[in-house]
Design a protein. Structure first.
Lengths: 198, 299, 297
């Protein structure tokens, strides 16, 4: 029994969820659970904690859909809930830390050369500068900049103290600035930046 | 993230760029390096097409499993304020569910209790207003003023507690009996909550009614005694018989005292001591015979 | 598969999951159960008997909600007369009583949530998982927010079956589970029972012989508080071998007669008259013959 494809867009769906439409919730799940699961899995190595976070996220969407004011992207709204549920889940877990899954050497060996060009980072200034950062600095930056967490929340996610997060972020910024300055000095050709800063 | 209003289909990114399938597959598998991941995730936030593409590479069984849990959790009812109140009181949420399955804690029941008390209070006020006042004698010494409340009040509390353990008032009774959850815990939790829920409107009625100032407090012990006696009796005879006996043990003396023109005596000093003795004795019996309280299915 | 016990025989295996010996229960003057011996093993056993035969009493005793006046019971080696062991039995029990009541306000999911808590599933997430699982098992996904009072009889019965499956019990006691179900639903019910994971002990009651034939590999016939037969449905049918015949006219010598689907008269009696067409006995024939014999007592 294939359900009728729901062509309503996400904001309309959220309003329907706020009115108690269960099918709208199911549709939202079908659209967003996949990327949310994957994106959360990158921040936490425990699949069960991620599962709980995904469940709690959509439950929170069900209960608090009214909190969405229609003024931002729905994926960002969902991500904001999701990352915080993940952090709650990590806090609940006893004593174990869940650093984001990082590859040790950060070698992008599985991405072909064409794909790298397509992704646009290989020759991008910022991409190169980021690649030069150490994993811990990059993780701190990712948590605060990309995920939009506070330093306290980032600390829980990464399993480090809030102060450590702050110091790593500032060291990352210094290193990035230095690397970017270095690059503009050595390669004046304009590059296409595919990575937008939030 | 630049906030954008989406009222129609989401616009494609300005560069018309979409993530290559291989990159998405790597990302889904967790094999993509950090810098590429940042770019992909930023893009995915904006692009429904690539998000949809991602579903192809995800573990469908896992997604389906979480989906059914989400829908089940959404389907399970739970009003917000009871949940918040329970959390503040330190009550686990499953206790709330058990309480919500008690007839005498539902809004309809409580409204009926309020309605009955309203009628009784109204009658009391009316009689008090109509009765000629004699100097030096309290107006409420006229039996008709307070007798109804004295009679009905504790009985209402008793019936509320009865709903916690009398099979005919608990439709789900048969399942509770066959379940491992301790019947005694269930019963006590429900009885105490029903008691509290019924005492509140009773106390309010006792305040409104033209009676002595100590009346609200004076109704507490008789109500407790009645409920404790019913519980104790339920360890000996059936629950319905226990409740009826307990009710009669209150109604008959109060009726008698009303006839002899002094219903208030039921809650004055002697009455209170008697109730205290009954309550203490009943609690002791309940404790001693608590295994018998385990609900039996009387067919 | 388990050993079958016929009244009087004592050849039951020691590892039988449920053993009942000399069970008696009376209500005033009425003897609901009279010295019943029974053994149950993994798999489905059907209790067949007319209303008032004692099936419900027996099931309620097995479900630990009723106490016998005399006799022993051992369920998974536990004695329900001892409180602590009774609770242990209940942890592994799923029960469908004959008339399941619901609070007026209950939704499907709310009710299942409540029963899950009664079964000591306290964690919120596990409860949701169990609720989702049993709803899927009985084919009622998406019914979560429906109020039970808006459901038809068939769906209410499915819900009642669903609640008995919460917690994946080892012992399922089902009193008239097929009541109110149409043919298609009965088929689905049979499928459901056969596909339950873990191979629990299932005992269900019915007063319809075709339920037994369709669902139960073992049948116990209960008449007037006693066990009249215990064995396979085929064996039950065979007890009527030679006692069933068809004719174009009604035969007064038969114990029972009725018109069958081919507009012939089907008779059950002691001896078919010579020259009549003997019919292959069905489970129902065996049951009717037994109940007639029992009625003469």
């Amino acid at each position: 029994m294939t359900p009728h494809p729901d062509v309503r867009d996400d904001a309309v769906l959220l309003r329907a969820v706020a009115r108690g439409d269960e099918d709208a919730l199911a549709t939202l799940y079908d659209r967003h659970a996949a990327w949310l699961t994957i994106r959360l899995s990158r921040r936490c190595g425990r699949p069960d904690v991620v599962d709980h976070a995904v469940q709690d996220t959509f439950l929170a969407v069900w209960r608090d859909a009214r909190a969405y004011r229609g003024d931002g992207s729905v994926p960002a709204f969902i991500w904001g809930i999701g990352i915080r549920r993940l952090i709650d889940g990590i806090r609940r877990e006893s004593a174990t830390t869940h650093p984001p899954r990082m590859r040790a050497a950060d070698a992008d060996v599985v991405v072909s050369a064409e794909d790298q060009v397509l992704v646009g980072l290989e020759h991008g200034d910022l991409g190169q500068a980021l690649a030069q950062l150490s994993p811990e600095l990059r993780a701190a930056l990712e948590a605060t900049v990309l995920d939009g967490l506070t330093c306290a929340e980032a600390g829980v996610l990464l399993g480090i103290a809030e102060g450590t997060v702050k110091s790593r972020c500032s060291r990352a910024r210094i290193a990035l600035r230095a690397a970017l300055a270095e690059q503009t000095r050595s390669a004046p050709t304009p590059r296409r930046q595919a990575w937008e800063s939030p | 993230m630049t906030p954008e209003l989406f009222d129609g289909p989401e616009p494609a990114p300005s560069a018309g760029w979409h993530a290559p399938v291989t990159v998405l597959a790597s990302y889904a598998a967790g094999d993509l390096g950090n810098t590429y991941v940042w770019s992909i995730e930023a893009h995915l936030s904006d692009c429904a097409l690539c998000r949809g593409q991602l579903s192809v590479h995800t573990d469908n069984e896992r997604l389906a499993r979480n989906r059914s849990v989400v829908l089940a959790m959404a389907a399970i009812p739970g009003a917000r304020w009871p949940r918040r109140l329970a959390r503040r009181l330190g009550l686990p949420d499953h206790v709330l569910v058990l309480l919500s399955a008690t007839s005498s804690l539902r809004r309809s029941w409580l409204l009926s209790v309020v309605a009955v008390l309203g009628v009784v209070t109204g009658e009391s006020l009316l009689v008090h207003a109509l009765w000629p006042h004699h100097a030096g004698i309290a107006a409420y010494s006229e039996p008709a003023v307070l007798a109804p409340l004295l009679l009905v009040g504790p009985l209402l509390v008793l019936v509320g507690v009865a709903a916690a353990f009398v099979p005919s008032l608990d439709p789900g009774y048969r399942l509770a009996v066959a379940a491992p959850f301790s019947s005694l815990t269930l019963l006590l939790v429900r009885a105490v909550s029903a008691l509290t829920a019924a005492l509140i409107p009773l106390a309010c009625a006792a305040v409104v009614v033209p009676g002595p100032r100590w009346l609200p407090a004076a109704l507490l012990l008789p109500s407790l005694a009645l409920c404790a006696f019913a519980l104790a009796a339920a360890t000996v005879v059936g629950p319905t018989a226990a409740v009826v006996t307990s009710g009669a043990m209150w109604a008959l003396p109060v009726a008698w005292l009303t006839v002899t023109q002094s219903p208030l005596e039921s809650v004055e000093a002697h009455g209170q001591s008697l109730c205290a003795v009954v309550a203490v004795a009943a609690v002791a019996v309940v404790f001693a015979r608590r295994d018998r309280l385990e609900m039996r299915w009387a067919s | 598969m388990g050993e079958l016990i016929v009244n009087g025989s004592t050849s039951a295996r020691d590892e039988a999951a449920v053993r009942v010996g000399g069970l008696s229960r009376r209500y005033g003057e009425i003897r609901a159960l009279d010295a019943v011996d029974l053994t149950l093993d993994r798999g489905i056993t059907g209790l067949l008997g007319p209303n008032g035969a004692g099936k419900t009493t027996l099931l309620s005793i097995l479900a630990t909600v009723n106490e016998p006046d005399a006799g022993d019971i051992k369920i998974f080696g536990l004695n329900p007369k001892i409180h602590a062991e009774r609770v242990q039995i209940r942890r592994q029990l799923g029960f469908l009583p004959q008339e399941l009541g619901y609070h007026r306000h209950f939704t499907v999911a709310g009710f299942l949530d409540y029963v899950a808590i009664l079964k000591e599933i306290v964690d919120r997430r596990r409860r949701a998982e169990e609720v989702a699982r049993v709803l899927a098992t009985v084919g009622m996904e998406g019914f979560g927010r429906r109020r039970i009072r808006t459901l038809s009889g068939g769906f209410r019965q499915r819900l009642a079956i669903a609640q008995s499956l919460l917690g994946s019990p080892e012992l399922l006691v089902l009193d008239e589970p097929t009541a109110g179900l149409d043919t298609e639903q009965r088929l689905r019910f049979r499928e459901l029972l056969s596909n339950l994971p873990g191979d629990p002990v299932i005992v269900l009651s019915t007063h319809q012989a075709d339920d037994i034939a369709a669902i139960c590999p073992r049948v116990v016939v209960v008449l007037d508080g006693r066990i009249a037969f215990a064995g396979t449905p085929t064996a039950l049918a065979d007890t009527a071998a030679g006692h069933v015949w068809t004719a174009t006219q009604r035969d007064e010598r038969a114990h029972m007669s009725w018109r069958d689907g081919d507009n012939q008269w089907r008779h059950i009696g002691d001896l078919p008259p010579t020259g009549s067409v003997t019919a292959t006995p069905t489970v129902e024939d065996g049951y009717l013959l037994l109940s007639h014999a029992g009625g003469k007592r």
